[in-house]
Design a protein around this ligand. Structure first.
Ligand code: GDP
Ligand code: IMO
Ligand code: MG
Length: 475
């Protein structure tokens, strides 16, 4: 299937903008005698895939699809707390760190400075991809020198902090994410760059373990870690990963200027964003679109499509507010039993995901925070067989109705969702490829999401496979 990456409206907008800038440059040059080089000539397409919910929207599935047209596929945030599933025929890839687009042989996979890397997980992932026949030579996987490392000390700290939180625990993935980003912002982190000098690297690891041990023993009153066992492992990782360490910013900026396409793959979702999510029940990185520029070292102005991936309903794993959460038979229908690979059980932790109705107040919020200009929907097929469907269109609090959250999504549980009801459909839709062939009620449901969010939905996924897709531009 060929995906045309250009929206005609965007092309016209881009031509008008370029013409205006050209005229402006011409006038400035005529009056000042100085020849300005066109900035817009440098604008090349960067597509950013972001999750609009609390993660697990099906980003991996769309990254895989869009990678067919990309030269570089780059992860810009998070770590192995992510679990992105890609299904290609009989093969299912569950990727935690390496960008999902690596599955296509023509792409170069990139891990940006915004990512935190547990080298044990990275090496396992490299080995398992190699065993599945995917080439992961240094030419195919580039790691930013600025990416931070997650160590066993970070994992121990994540666990100690979660158990100390008791009932108010975040429900983290226990992958050391919070502690690793804490090391980064407190300027005590260890970066991939440090791997290039063995002595310095070991000295930094020892200092880091000593600092974490103080916290483990004095604050959390648990056993300290011994650095010895993982010192050797980390030296081995350093020698294996060295050929992959790169200046990712320079690589990707150069590629964009050379007319090559870069696809930025977000992990987690908007509502888990450290700044813009349901704080404090969030992750510690920046999954939103702005994080792609910072997390890959790109300047402004490259962005083309900002594709928000949205499940047809809503899920969350871990603690935190979820106003449209449901239980009972409909919840069981949405979650599944765990028998199917796509049932709602965490890719990384195996935990059953909380499920609920689609929340348009939060989707509109995600559109604003990310600057989303295209929505892609997943799991429309999972809604087949339900009598009725609900979409939350606004909230109510103290007698006032809100279509926009007055102070962001932090205190969500104070709001009561107001729903619009839709008739469901009974037909199986997994083999439908044409928009017009969907049941009338499914078309109405998707159109309502479009109308209520103000954003066009071009891609609709009706199954995990590459071809289980309706592209409205092609049908
Ligand atoms: P991500 O973290 O956003 O990449 O999403 P996950 O991979 O954690 O979870 C999405 C799951 O849904 C995966 O098992 C996908 O293979 C599956 N999936 C994606 N799109 C569809 C779809 O349209 N229908 C069905 N049934 N499964 C889908
Ligand atoms: P993908 O990329 C769903 C959740 C955890 C927890 C919170 C903080 O597959 O969509 P952390 O370990 O990051 O400190 O946990 O964030 N979480 C995710 N939930 N999908 C993810 O990634 C997630 N990554 C983190 O469950 O609630
Ligand atoms: Mg996931």
């Amino acid at each position: 299937m060929i995906i045309d990456n250009y929206d005609p409206v965007l092309i016209v907008e881009s031509i008008v903008l370029r013409s205006l800038l050209f005229m402006l440059e011409w006038i400035l040059a005529a009056f000042s005698g100085i020849n300005f080089t066109s900035q817009l000539e440098q604008i090349m397409p960067l597509d950013i895939v972001v999750g609009t919910q609390w993660g697990d929207e099906g980003k991996g599935r769309y990254v895989d699809l869009l990678s067919a047209q990309a030269d570089f596929v780059a992860r810009y945030n998070g770590g192995d707390n992510a679990g992105h599933t890609v299904t290609v025929g009989q093969q299912t890839f569950k990727l935690h760190l390496i960008p999902s687009g690596i599955v296509h042989p023509h792409t170069v996979g990139v891990i940006g400075n915004g990512v935190a890397i547990n080298p044990y997980v990275l090496m396992d992932e490299i080995n398992s991809l190699v065993q599945s026949g995917v080439d992961i030579s240094p030419d195919r996987l580039k790691l930013s020198y600025g990416a931070h490392l997650i160590t066993p000390a970070h994992l121990a700290l994540d666990e100690a902090q979660e158990s100390a939180r008791g009932k108010s625990k975040i429900g983290t993935t226990l992958r050391g994410i919070g502690p690793a980003y804490t090391s980064k912002v407190s300027r005590q982190g260890i970066r991939l760059l440090d791997m290039l000098d063995e002595d310095l690297f070991i000295a930094k690891i020892n200092k880091h373990v000593a600092e974490v041990n103080l916290l483990l023993t004095k604050i959390y009153e648990i056993e300290p870690l011994k650095p010895g066992p993982f010192e050797d492992d980390f030296l081995r990782f350093a020698s294996l990963l060295k050929p992959h360490i790169y200046d990712v910013s320079s690589l990707l900026s150069g590629a964009l200027k050379n007319d090559q396409r870069v696809l930025a793959e977000g992990a987690q979702g908007t509502l888990l964003d450290l700044d813009h999510g349901t704080y404090p029940f969030v992750t510690s990185s920046t999954p939103t679109a702005g994080g792609a520029l910072v997390g890959l070292g790109l300047g402004m102005g490259y962005e083309d499509r900002i594709i928000g991936v949205t499940k047809s309903f809503q899920t969350r794993v871990g603690s935190g507010p979820f106003p449209t959460e449901i239980s009972g038979d409909v919840a069981l229908h949405l979650r599944g039993t765990g028998e199917q690979p796509w049932d709602e059980f965490g890719t990384t932790t195996g935990r059953p995901r909380r499920v609920g109705w689609l929340d348009l107040v939060l989707l509109r919020y995600a559109v604003r925070i990310n600057g989303i200009n295209e929505l892609a929907i997943t799991k429309l097929d999972v809604l087949s067989g339900l009598e009725r469907l609900l979409i939350c269109t606004s909230y109510q609090k103290d007698g006032t109705e809100y279509e926009v959250l007055p102070l962001g999504p932090g205190e969500l549980m104070e709001y009561k969702p107001i729903y619009q009801e839709f008739q469901g459909w009974q037909e199986e839709i997994t083999s439908i490829r044409e928009w017009g062939h969907l049941p009338e009620q499914a078309i109405k449901y998707v159109q309502s999401i479009e109308n209520l969010s103000g954003i066009r939905i071009r891609l609709i996924s009706v199954g995990p496979e590459r071809n289980q897709l309706i592209d409205r531009d092609l049908s």
